[in-house]
Design a protein around this ligand. Structure first.
Ligand code: ZN
Length: 316
């Protein structure tokens, strides 16, 4: 189990809350995103220590895939994990699916994403889905900027989980800190950006035509079905299982064993503090820390109280 060093991203909608919440040493500016595990060319996260110190997930994916990850046939490392801090609305956006990403952008993955809400102000909301019937309706909506009545607004609370498959129109509102687990893609089609200006004083670029082409119409709201398993020393909750990834929350209250697994996992600590022990090895678990667990890494005995989320991908 190896720690990964995060990469921070300044965003016009970002803030400073990641500093106090996760004890990160943030660079200056409005930091909107902390990429805790990334193999993306826009910001790769290196291993902090151990035998792979300084290496990145994509490097190891090409050199040691079978040994560390599993016998995947996928072209590129599949996952991307972030912490987000919003102090303003993010653009109203949609992402392509795998087929569209390959065809339109020559990229290996589209973007299914999911959000685990870590903090939310009492009036915090997200935009998730729409109530339009046809692609023409969406085109008209984009021309007339009729976003308020056409999009679904949803209040959110700490601890809630949302799955946002590619093709779903969405936007994060202000006052939210969340954990985002997504496919390894940074491809966003912006439909609307509140007429905001970017750093260069010009409105940020929109991608209306592509956005309309990839949007799911009519909308297909996703129904959350959590599966909870009581274990010794804690509770395991399966938040999501779809072909792109499986997301599990682990609430550790006593001595909890994280079992050996046949494929790699990413582990993000979201609450509390604790330890992961294996033989002589004792690893400190702190809110905001990110780890990589190779396949067949053996059992780890976890103590808390600590809550962490693991993400993994089925062998294809
Ligand atoms: Zn998105």
């Amino acid at each position: 189990m190896y720690a990964i060093q995060p990469v921070f991203k300044e965003r016009i909608w970002g803030g400073r809350r990641l500093e106090a919440l996760f004890q990160f040493d943030l660079p200056e500016g409005q930091i909107g995103e902390c990429w805790t595990a990334s193999a993306h060319a826009s910001g790769r996260t290196p291993f902090l220590d151990g035998p792979y110190q300084g290496k990145t997930l994509d490097e190891l994916w090409s050199t040691d895939r079978t040994e560390l990850f599993g016998d995947y046939l996928l072209d590129a490392f599949p996952l991307h994990v972030k912490l987000l801090d919003s102090s303003a609305y993010l653009s109203v956006q949609v992402h392509p699916n795998d087929e569209e990403a390959r065809r339109l952008e020559g990229e290996p993955y589209g973007k299914n994403e999911c959000w685990y809400i870590l903090e939310a102000t009492p009036d915090a909301e997200i935009i998730l889905g729409h109530n339009l019937k046809t692609r023409d309706d969406l085109f008209r909506c984009a021309q007339e900027k009729d976003w308020h009545t056409s999009l679904r607004h949803q209040r959110v609370k700490k601890g809630e989980f949302y799955y946002i498959p590619s093709g779903t129109i969405h936007a994060l509102g202000p006052g939210i800190v969340l954990l985002e687990i997504q496919q390894m893609s940074d491809r966003t089609y912006r439909l609307y950006d509140y007429d905001r200006l970017g750093d260069d004083g010009k409105p940020r670029e929109l991608h209306v035509e592509k956005a309309i082409a990839v949007t799911t119409i009519p909308d297909e709201p996703w129904m959350n079905q959590l599966e909870t398993i009581e274990k010794e020393g804690g509770v395991m909750t399966k938040l999501l299982q779809v072909p792109s990834f499986t997301i599990i929350r682990h609430d550790v209250t006593g001595r909890y064993v994280l079992r050996d697994h046949s494929v790699f996992r990413l582990l993000t600590v979201i609450e509390g503090e604790g330890e992961a022990c294996q033989g002589e090895q004792h690893i400190h678990l702190q809110k905001g820390s990110q780890f990589f667990l190779p396949r067949h890494a053996g059992d780890f005995e976890m103590t808390g109280p600590v809550t962490f989320v693991t993400s993994e991908v089925f062998l294809n």
